[in-house]
Design a protein around this ligand. Structure first.
Ligand SMILES: Cc1ncc(COP(=O)(O)O)c(C=O)c1O
Length: 286
């Protein structure tokens, strides 16, 4: 594991080379929250060290960098279609995209109990995408770019409405196109802020309450935790709050009033209340 850049929350490319060992086979950048990692730099390092690049694009479908899009600078892209993703099916689903024919053949086998031919097996899983979910995705796929654009517009309103608030807002490097899987802010007063938002009817959730290497059962265990001390520090400092709006709150005037109130603006004004209402509408259109 490599520490993240606190501004982008993505892999800190300046730390990758120091983490490469003789056992390293691939670099797996995660496009966290919908912002693509610095892929040109990841690809350059991978080439220099003869490594694969596998993009974790579970949260970043449709994201773009200044001169690249997700999927252009790697060997494979992993997508998650679980229901809450920007492109979600009606349950569980996912896909791997690659233009490497050998890799594609291996992945096709792995998804189906290690088999592409009846009565021929190797190691594999039951990871087929059910037809009904594929049908849902086929319809939604046509609109995912339009929805990303809408997310960006709503995020811009949040940016404007929260510009003076004492919290760190999402950062987008120049020329990048974020797809805002969630809109995540950092606050030193996370719990109080979260309780306040909840008390006014706005659901605000902590996306990752415990860093992955601090979770019970993490494969590398505590003996190697010291290697991530920089990451641990960052996790302590960055107390993520994701301002979601509960589906339970309809976009009627009551919800609008409560949302506006929560952020200290006049109900119905052009302030953040309106932004939250807009987010509600976006969710309903899904
Ligand atoms: C960044 C990231 N990677 C991987 C996954 C795993 O996706 P799935 O559960 O569909 O395999 C998720 C899903 O929550 C995710 O957000």
């Amino acid at each position: 594991m490599v520490g993240c850049d606190p501004r982008t929350r993505n892999i800190d490319v300046t730390k990758i080379e120091a983490a490469i060992t003789s056992k390293t086979r691939a670099i797996v950048p995660v496009h966290l929250y919908g912002l693509t990692a610095n892929m040109p730099e990841v690809a350059r390092i991978a080439k220099a060290h003869n490594l694969f690049v596998v993009e974790d694009c579970a949260q970043g479908i449709g994201a773009k960098g200044d001169r690249f899009a997700v999927g252009e600078l790697s060997d494979a892209v992993c997508l998650s279609f679980i229901i809450q993703k920007n492109l979600g099916c009606f349950g569980d689903g996912g896909a791997v995209a690659t233009n490497n024919k050998d890799l594609a053949a291996d992945i096709r086998k792995l998804r189906n109990h290690g088999s592409v031919k009846r009565s021929h097996h190797s190691i594999g899983y039951n990871s087929r995408l059910d037809d009904i979910h594929a049908a849902v995705l086929r319809v939604k796929l046509k609109r995912v770019d339009e929805w990303s654009e809408r997310r960006r517009k709503i995020a811009k309103l949040y940016d404007q409405g929260l510009a003076d608030a004492s919290m760190t807002l999402p950062f987008t490097p120049p020329g990048y196109e974020h797809v805002y899987h969630p809109y995540v802010v950092d606050s030193d007063e996370r719990d109080a802020l979260q309780a306040y938002l909840q008390s006014t009817g706005i659901t605000a959730l902590t996306h990752y309450p415990i860093a992955i290497h601090q979770q019970k059962g993490f494969p590398l265990g505590t003996s190697r935790a010291g290697r991530f001390s920089a990451g641990r520090g960052e996790v302590r400092r960055q107390r993520f709050v994701a301002p979601y709006v509960s589906r339970a709150h309809q976009s009627g005037s009551r919800a609008r009033d409560r949302s506006s109130l929560a952020l200290g603006r006049e109900p119905g004004g052009a302030g953040p209340g309106g932004v939250i209402t807009a987010l509600l509408i976006a969710w309903q259109s899904h």
